[in-house]
Design a protein around this ligand. Structure first.
Ligand code: NAD
Length: 467
């Protein structure tokens, strides 16, 4: 575990990891596999402690922690263990006829020393899922968990130091100051998950060294519902996607756009779904998480006061319990529609039809996720072709995250770059272009000076043909 006391300490740490990376030992397949296996063991041998830390930070129910954090990370590790040797293999590509004889390959190589900066809302998953990719790619790496989820941060620092190769992997705990120190160093890749404001700080720091970044951000993820859907099933999934982790999910349905003929049914079914999941007194439910801290609790409380409250209750500051809340007949210019809600408040806005919904969505920044509950082929096609979002979910929120081969990331203001599965390996790797051509026979004579029109047409013709 590393605690930093100065920018110099951060530079020293990165220099130490760079020396280790430069020694070449993280490049071997064995090292990568051993680290992934050690990470797996670290999790399976400490599941109860991980659940306890997530309970301490977010009141996260153990089963929810298993599904959305621990199980998710184990799934990514297993997928990566199964495939990474194949991902490491050079890929042969065809060469233009003009270059024959020659062979061309794309050779993945580790980028170097990577920095992963994680947020507090899924503090275990969002710190470790990128780490899997960095280890599989053979990088040295620093993970900086969020100070806001302090219990999970402490635990990760202790466990990573116990289980992984400390010459190449470190967890640095701390907040803005420590992260600022880390950002003074030269990194080979920075993966940041969090809000847009800090993303600008990260991007500026990265620009100093022209370091590539993956920015996993947030924003308002809309959900569209019309009357062609099975309303009871749709409402249940929307309620789950919204209220899991007490709404503190980057890809949670932020708000609902509903057509007039679907509105009353959706309202009724949402109320029913929440009561089936959390009972009539969700404050007593063992399946409902808490708000991370007082300042987020107060931020959420300030968002109430508009719309028609069809579901809610009294928030309790002491326990940071914030009830599942649904606000019908919300207006587009209310406070709750301004920024990402990131809590258990679901505003619903009526739209005439899916065209108005699409116009509403495309007039705003591109979302991280967009969900559509409609059986109409035309509606689905129009959302597919006329909107842009990190992900598009038909009939299901959140679940796209669990598909290893789907890119997880945003577009525009919701982020740039994507990871999970092979893409995690790719973002921490450089795809090196390797071309090899025997010196004899000399087939390149035609491109050497002195030039002539005839040479030009011979060469351009041959370049268009692939071997
Ligand atoms: P946060 O406050 O924990 O910040 C994220 C990280 O940035 C932390 O490690 C923190 O220490 C660091 N940080 C904070 N201030 C800093 C500064 N001034 N300089 C350098 N580093 C600093 O988390 P957050 O930003 O509140 O996270 C919530 C946001 O993240 C939401 O917008 C959410 O949608 C988004 N999010 C996105 C994803 C995704 O995968 N796309 C996942 C989870 C959360």
């Amino acid at each position: 575990m590393a605690t930093l006391t100065s920018a110099q300490a951060a530079l020293d740490l990165v220099a130490r990891l760079r020396t280790s990376f430069d020694s070449g030992h993280t490049r071997s397949r064995e090292w990568r596999r051993n680290q992934l296996l050690a990470l797996r063991r670290m999790i399976t041998e400490n599941e109860r402690d991980i659940e306890a830390a997530l309970m301490a930070d977010l009141g996260k129910p153990a089963v929810e922690s298993q599904i959305t954090e621990i199980g998710f990370v184990l799934g990514e590790i297993d997928h990566t263990l199964k495939h990474f040797a194949g991902w490491m293999k050079p890929q042969r590509v065809r060469v233009p006829a003009a270059l024959i004889p020659a062979s061309a390959r794309v050779v993945p190589e580790p980028l170097g020393v990577a920095l992963i900066i994680a947020p507090w809302n899924y503090p275990f998953q969002l710190a470790l899922a990128p780490l899997i990719g960095a280890l599989a790619a053979g990088c040295a790496v620093v993970v900086k968990p969020s100070e806001i989820s302090g219990a999970t941060s402490n635990l990760l620092a202790r466990l990573v130091a116990d289980y992984l190769d400390t010459s190449a992997v470190a967890v640095v705990e701390g907040a803005a100051a420590e992260t600022g120190w880390l950002l003074e160093a030269r990194w080979d890749h920075i993966l940041y998950t969090g809000n847009e404001r800090v993303a600008r700080i990260i991007a500026q720091a990265a620009a100093k060294h022209l370091t590539p970044t993956t920015l996993e951000l947030g924003g308002k993820s809309p959900t569209f519902v019309d009357d062609t859907t099975d309303m009871a099933a749709a409402a249940t999934r929307i309620a789950w996607g919204k209220f899991v982790n007490a709404g503190q999910t980057c890809v949670a349905p932020d708000y609902v756009l509903v057509t007039p003929s679907a509105r009353a049914d959706l309202e009724r079914e949402l109320v029913g779904a929440v009561s089936r999941m959390f009972g009539t007194e969700p404050s007593k439910s063992k399946s409902y998480a808490r708000i991370i801290n007082e300042s987020h609790f107060e931020r959420l409380s300030a968002l109430l006061g508009s719309g028609r409250n069809i579901l809610g209750g009294k928030p309790d500051k002491k326990t940071r319990y914030f009830p599942p809340t649904v606000l019908a007949d919300e207006s587009a210019d209310s406070a709750v529609m301004k920024d990402e809600i990131f809590g258990p408040i679901l505003p619903m806005i009526e739209v005439v039809d899916h065209r108005e919904a699409i116009a509403f969505i495309t007039a705003r920044p591109k979302p991280l996720a967009l969900y559509v509950f409609s059986e109409s082929a035309e509606v689905r096609r129009d959302f597919m072709n006329q909107t842009s979002s990190g992900a598009l979910g038909f009939n299901v929120p959140l679940a796209h995250m669990s598909v290893h081969d789907l890119p997880f990331g945003g577009v525009g203001m919701s982020g740039s770059g994507a990871y999970h599965g092979k893409r995690s390996f790719d973002i921490f790797s450089h795809a090196k272009a390797v071309l090899s051509k025997p010196l004899r026979p000399e087939t390149l004579g035609v491109i050497f000076p002195p030039y002539s029109r005839r040479k030009a047409s011979l060469v351009t013709g041959a370049l268009r043909k692939l071997s």
